[in-house]
Ligand binder design. Structure first.
Ligand SMILES: C[S@@+](CC[C@H](N)C(=O)[O-])C[C@H]1O[C@@H](n2cnc3c(N)ncnc32)[C@H](O)[C@@H]1O
Length: 468
């Protein structure tokens, strides 16, 4: 008998990447805090607190249901267990917020889980999980929706000097992480400007009060007689690349623009929500920024952003010192020219080799301009290269390009995006593409006819047909 006290993790963490990341950070804090305490011992699979009933923290966070001990009587006097529970609880709450449910039987409070569930989970600490071995194509590169997984947002909304509100990372966010996914408050199709204000007024009336408040709290760069239209124009995002339907979002619309983004926004047409994924690793405290408009040179981007969104861009890409800005402008011009050349269907048909070389050059410039993080543009270029090959029946190269497109896509849109899934399906069956052999069978090859034993440079020479 005696009084138990501690905390439960409700709901338990998942095995997903984001939860693993958060748990790893929590364990690091605990190790750091107790590094000089010889009552706290690091075991192969858990941290052992040699106090009270010797509670443990497993290294695999999804296993933890409860951290607790008897705290009454001689147990406490001997080992100060309450102080350990209190400190671990405080660090856990900083990391996991309201997911940490404290209880103390002395105060008539009880844990969420039954003791037999807890004891079962404690036994599992001894056995580390099997490491999953996945093939490259089957391997999800990163976890799922962090908000669904942890209940804790990876960002906070903060004031950004000179740019109003913005989203700032609360933790280090690895490349490829889904930062947020959100349904629009509402969507709207194209319509004459004279009808927009009335349309929005009707839409708003039909929304719950909270959604109305969220819409009205968004930034308005076009104040005047048409406040709803001003807010809409400042914030609406097309539902997919080139779509005429636009959506307005309570949180995503607080993300500022950069011509050198660290995150990518994407419309998932199956789920009908917008997602934001990190396309670089984003350090805690750094602003999360997407690109509203891809654009060309800095002056073209400035003009477009002013015209379409009503602001003068002050991002890191537009405020480079003059010589760096010129170099960036030159690269952007080259990107545009190469993109146009790659998209030339007649050239793809008559001179696929030149088109492939342009894909290669385009990937090089994108890499340089976006410091290796041009994910969506990279994915599109690989998909263009795929199409060039498949139209001429070259399944071997097409399959490699589809795999590269898939890997770039999964980083900026996630595994469940229809674009990602389409690219993935083409890796194994490139011949299922509508345009298979549409231009010729000149370069007929099968998916498995890949050259063996080449280093990366030689393989790329073969892949992009650079040798001739
Ligand atoms: C969709 S809102 C983004 C959130 C906004 N900062 C807020 O306070 O709600 C777009 C507005 O943010 C500001 N903004 C975003 N990115 C910017 C940038 N790169 N340079 C200058 N202002 C920017 C502009 O006022 C722009 O019209």
């Amino acid at each position: 008998m005696g009084i138990d006290a501690g905390f439960d993790m409700v709901p338990p963490l998942s095995k997903g990447a984001t939860d693993r990341l958060s748990w790893g950070q929590f364990i690091d804090h605990i190790k750091e805090h107790y590094k000089d305490d010889n009552q706290v011992e690091i075991k192969p699979n858990y941290i052992l607190f040699k106090a009270g009933e010797h509670p443990k923290l497993p290294f695999e966070g999804h296993k933890l249901l409860r951290f607790s001990s008897k705290v009454s009587g001689s147990i406490d006097a001997d080992t100060n267990i309450e102080s350990y529970i209190d400190t671990v609880r405080r660090i856990a709450q900083t990391q996991f917020g309201s997911r940490i449910r404290c209880w103390n039987e002395g105060a008539d409070q009880y844990g969420t889980y039954k003791w037999d569930e807890v004891n079962e989970s404690l036994r599992s600490y001894e056995e580390p999980d099997d490491v999953e071995t996945l093939t490259s194509i089957g391997q999800p590169l990163i976890g799922n929706d962090p908000i669904q997984e942890t209940g804790a947002a990876l960002f906070e909304i903060k004031h950004i000097p000179g740019n109003g509100r913005g989203l700032v990372a609360r933790f280090d966010i690895p490349k490829g992480t889904q930062i947020i996914c959100e349904k629009p408050l509402f969507t709207a199709g194209p319509m004459p400007p004279s009808e927009l204000e009335g349309f929005l007024a009707t839409k708003l009336k039909g929304l719950p009060k909270e959604s109305q408040r969220q819409f009205l709290s968004l930034h308005n760069n076009f104040p005047g007689k048409k406040p709803f239209s001003g807010i809409f124009k400042t914030n609406a995002l097309p539902c997919g690349f080139g779509s005429l339907i636009s959506g307005v979002y309570p949180t995503i619309c607080s993300i500022n623009h950069s011509c050198m983004p660290n995150a990518h926004k994407s419309w998932n047409s199956l789920e009908e929500h917008e997602t934001i994924h990190a396309v670089r690793s984003i350090k805690s405290g750094v602003e999360i920024i997407t690109s509203y408009y891809r654009g060309g040179t800095s002056s073209e981007r400035q003009a477009e952003l002013k015209e379409k969104f009503g602001f003068s861009c002050t991002c890191s890409g537009c405020t480079l010192p003059p010589s760096s800005l010129q170099a960036s402008d030159n690269r952007r011009t080259r990107i545009r020219n190469l993109d146009k050349a790659v998209g030339d269907g007649v050239r793809m048909m008559n001179n696929p080799q030149e088109s492939l070389k342009d894909c290669y050059s385009l990937l090089q410039v994108l890499e340089e301009e976006f410091e290796g993080c041009a994910q969506a543009l990279t994915a599109r270029t690989y998909y263009d290269a795929f199409q060039i090959c498949i139209m001429h029946g070259d399944q071997a190269r097409a399959s490699v390009f589809a795999e590269r497109a898939y890997k770039a896509r999964v980083i900026c849109e996630g595994e469940d995006s229809p674009n990602t899934q389409r690219a993935k399906s083409l890796v194994l069956k490139p011949e299922l593409h509508n345009n298979f052999e549409a231009y010729s069978k000149m370069r007929k090859s099968t998916r498995i006819m890949l050259p063996q034993g080449l280093d990366t440079t030689e393989f790329n020479k073969w892949l992009f047909k650079l040798e001739n």
